[in-house]
Ligand binder design. Structure first.
Ligand SMILES: Nc1ncnc2c1ncn2[C@@H]1O[C@H](COP(=O)(O)OP(=O)(O)OP(=O)(O)O)[C@@H](O)[C@H]1O
Ligand SMILES: Cc1ncc(CO)c(N)n1
Length: 278
């Protein structure tokens, strides 16, 4: 049994954060472990409170896991502060990070607008965490913050991705959920260190139930990597997983409802996700 780890915040609403990650791990047949960085009081309408754990207690959780388990792949989600990122990076340095596939989802802002990463943490994320990533999965606004570049035209997506690849990661997935929101399709742009590039296309689903899409997508990549799947295929399968989760909403809550983590196993993939080279 392969073990995947999520280092992220708790979402009491169950649709994003640690809860989304563990559900995704389970559905994709890996054993999920979790290190909680912060607890949010949150539902589909918004975040009403955040209580961050002490960074030393985050270290205690990580040490407890590494003293006992062999982690095949891990993802980071809400890390909240510079101190938290520093301590996570420090533990990973001590614990053979090169042997684990690391997925960095640079979570910054919740759908309702709450800030999940302090401004002072950006530089630490760039310097200490991004160089360890196998893959980073920013949405367009997050890519702008990480690179300091404006992304208004398609060629600027490539420029920003190349900037991110320079930190040492093997791949960048630029998520298009927030990009050109009027089109019939959503497009995610994948850039690999090897020079390989491809786009993932899927029909844009008219739904309000997109809470936790980013967490679910990066958790699915992590689960596939934990099973030893190659990066390119892991990203494609993860896209199919998250697309099914968006396509079959559970209709919970009064705001941005959660995605359906059961959907991929229950209904399968309807062939709606396609990929295009280049
Ligand atoms: N309405 C939609 N229809 C189909 N796919 C979507 C839709 N919205 C987002 N996606 C897909 O969901 C995945 C996550 O992308 P998104 O841009 O929503 O991430 P995010 O902004 O990081 O999410 P979060 O709000 O959870 O942080 C991507 O593959 C994206 O293309
Ligand atoms: C805890 C948590 N992590 C990530 C997100 C981003 O979707 C969220 N809303 N809440």
């Amino acid at each position: 049994m392969n073990i995947a780890l999520t280092i992220a915040g708790s979402d009491s609403g169950g649709g994003a954060g640690i809860q989304a990650d563990l559900k995704t791990f389970q559905e994709l047949d890996v054993f999920g472990a979790s290190v909680i960085t912060a607890v949010t009081a949150q539902n589909t309408i918004g975040v009403s409170g955040i209580s961050a754990l002490h960074p030393l207690f985050v270290k205690s959780q990580l040490d407890a896991l590494y003293d006992d388990f062999s982690i095949a792949a891990l993802k980071t989600g809400m890390l909240f502060s510079a101190e938290m990122i520093e301590i996570v990076a420090e533990v990973l340095q001590e614990r053979d990070w090169q042997k684990q596939a690391i997925v960095v989802d640079p979570v910054m802002i919740a759908k309702g607008g709450a800030n999940l990463l302090q401004d002072t943490a950006i530089e630490v994320m760039r310097r200490q965490l991004l160089p360890m990533a196998a893959v980073c999965t920013p949405n367009i606004p997050e890519a702008e913050v990480l690179t300091g570049l404006r992304i208004e035209r398609q060629e600027q997506i490539r420029e920003a991705a190349e900037h991110l690849l320079d930190y040492g990661m093997q791949a960048v997935v630029m998520k298009g959920g927030h990009w050109q929101t009027t089109g019939e399709h959503v497009v995610d742009y994948v850039f690999m260190r090897s020079g390989e590039r491809f786009q993932l296309h899927a029909p844009r689903i008219a739904t309000n139930h997109t809470h936790g899409t980013g967490c679910t997508f990066s958790a699915a990549i992590t689960a596939e990597l934990a099973k030893g799947v190659q990066l390119r295929q892991a990203i494609i399968t993860a896209k199919r997983y998250v697309h099914a989760a968006i396509a079959h909403p559970l209709e919970l809550g009064r705001g941005h409802g959660p995605t359906n983590h059961f959907a991929y196993k229950k209904y399968g993939d309807r062939g709606e996700v396609t990929y295009v080279e280049g």
